[in-house]
Design a binder for this molecule. Structure first.
Ligand SMILES: [Fe+2]
Ligand SMILES: [Fe+2]
Length: 482
């Protein structure tokens, strides 16, 4: 086993904390230092709107095994976004594609420059987008614990933007610097220059949406980062490996957030012996299901078309691998393999029907990744259903059919119910309110979003967490408001 270098602890007196020896490259350092004020300006204008004195935050300070983060109360203007890459494995070899077995690349090969830049820009665009989508949530936080988690997710998405901007500045020259500027100019929901991917232009208007977003949409991010972590371009791989570490917390916020909403709903249902909890300050299970349906289906779209020759080329070139590539039991080249992917087929009457078709494994890689994601999402549903079962409630939550509410891929052309029953357009129009949040549902959920900013207190629509952050109790002073 090759020895690994231990990343040096970042020097927090530096303008830009990093473990990439930034001080050795004056040009790069200056480029990043000139981008930094633009980033801070973006954070000021597009970041969290709730004024605070300080927040109990985790800050990345290292990447080594003996702890990589420190916790403490930080005044937001003093938060330090750093650049951290996971430790280098000097013996690392390319794990898939036509370059399999060759040493990984420390520089960008000329022939893959445009593709790598594109992959980094698309990933980079999602990071600040989610901060923009969530910027008003602080005003309605159900507890100081939740408020702190929101800030934590936000600062880390900001750091993920830094991570991508570092790669653009360090490896892609003038074009990379221009793309780094564009990442601050595009904004979520903007009519003139929206974010690149659809789900990142949807607002996150309430905390149920936030928990669903961090469960389903951040989880898409986890899978995208997982494929980039396999990349032959080693700096990208190491960057994504470290981002995945932070991402785990975002998943936890989503998973336990929905846990706690379901838990509270069960308690109110039992207390009042009724399913109709809307007037009782809890969120009815059918509304939770509708939010789940929405966030899951828009997140499925983020994986792109069911087949893609671009992605096949990325794989063959070694730019982007599969989820847990090294655990796959095949030749890691896939030149002669095939896969069944979702497709519209024809029914007996020649009408389009929900079905599958066989394609080359390489062109079906989006489907492969989407399926990994779907089975991961089942885990959440299972756990939420366990809460329902233990609470003695007979209803269950479920993931809707893959054809439901899709705007990307084969099923974008048709309408389907959550059970996968194909529907004519008029019936979809008439019935979609049964399956997706209506204005009435959203208004009700928003009406519950009254801030609870007192220490140790929590809103009535959600249960308190089982554990606090970093061993602190729930009633810890996680945030001091301004
Ligand atoms: Fe992120
Ligand atoms: Fe995230």
């Amino acid at each position: 086993m090759p020895a690994k270098n231990h990343g040096a602890t970042a020097d927090y007196t530096e303008k830009i904390p990093n473990n990439v020896n930034l001080h050795e490259d004056r040009r790069l350092q200056r480029a990043l230092e000139s981008w930094q004020p633009n980033f801070l300006n973006w954070w000021q204008t597009m970041g969290p709107t709730l004024p605070t004195q300080d927040v109990y935050l985790r800050t990345a300070v290292n990447v080594g095994r003996d702890g990589w983060a420190q916790f403490g109360h930080v005044a937001m203007p003093e938060y330090r976004w750093g650049i951290f890459l996971a430790e280098r494995d000097p013996g690392r070899k390319i794990g898939f594609g036509e370059h399999k077995g060759e040493p990984v690349w420390d520089k960008v090969p000329g022939e893959y420059r445009a593709e790598l830049q594109r992959l980094i820009v698309i990933q980079g665009d999602t990071e600040p987008a989610s901060v923009e989508q969530q910027r008003n949530l602080g005003a309605t936080a159900p507890s100081l614990y939740d408020l702190r988690n929101l800030f934590q997710v936000n600062v880390e998405e900001g750091r993920h933007l830094w991570a991508m901007v570092y790669l653009l500045h360090a490896y892609f020259g003038r074009e990379g610097r221009e793309e780094a500027e564009e990442l601050l100019h595009r904004n979520s929901g903007s009519l003139d220059s929206p974010r690149i991917l659809g789900a990142f232009n949807e607002e996150t208007p309430d905390w149920l949406s936030f928990f669903m977003f961090t469960y389903f949409t951040d989880r898409d991010g986890k899978y995208q980062l997982g494929t980039l972590k396999e990349s032959a371009f080693d700096p990208l791989s190491r960057t994504c490996e470290f981002m995945l570490k932070e991402e785990a917390h975002h998943m936890m916020v989503g998973t336990t957030g929905v846990d706690r909403v379901v838990q509270r709903t069960v308690e109110v249902m039992r207390e009042h012996d009724t399913d109709e909890v809307a007037g009782l300050g809890a969120i009815p299970l059918p509304v939770i299901q509708k939010y789940l349906n929405f966030h899951y289906s828009v997140s499925l779209d983020l994986f792109g078309g069911d087949t893609s020759t671009n992605v096949a080329n990325y794989y063959t070139a070694g730019l982007k691998g599969r989820w847990l590539e090294d655990r796959r039991k095949d030749d890691h080249k896939l030149t002669s393999d095939s896969i069944m992917v979702d497709a519209l087929t024809e029914d007996a009457g020649g009408e389009p029907a929900i079905g599958q078709t066989e394609v080359l494994a390489l062109t079906g890689l989006n489907t492969d990744l989407r399926r990994e994601y779907i089975s991961d999402c089942q885990g959440g549903v299972k756990r939420w259903n366990r809460i329902l079962e233990e609470g003695g409630v007979r209803q269950r939550l479920k993931l809707p059919h893959v054809a439901f509410n899709r705007k990307v891929g084969a099923f974008a052309a048709i309408e389907a119910s959550p059970d996968g029953e194909q529907l004519p357009a008029w019936e979809w129009q008439r019935r979609q309110g049964e399956w997706l949040p209506t204005e009435v549902d959203k208004t009700y959920v928003r009406s519950l979003m009254q801030p609870v900013h007192q220490r140790g207190k929590i809103a009535a629509w959600i249960a308190p967490p089982r554990n606090g952050i970093n061993g602190q109790p729930f009633d810890y002073d996680y945030v001091h408001l301004a």
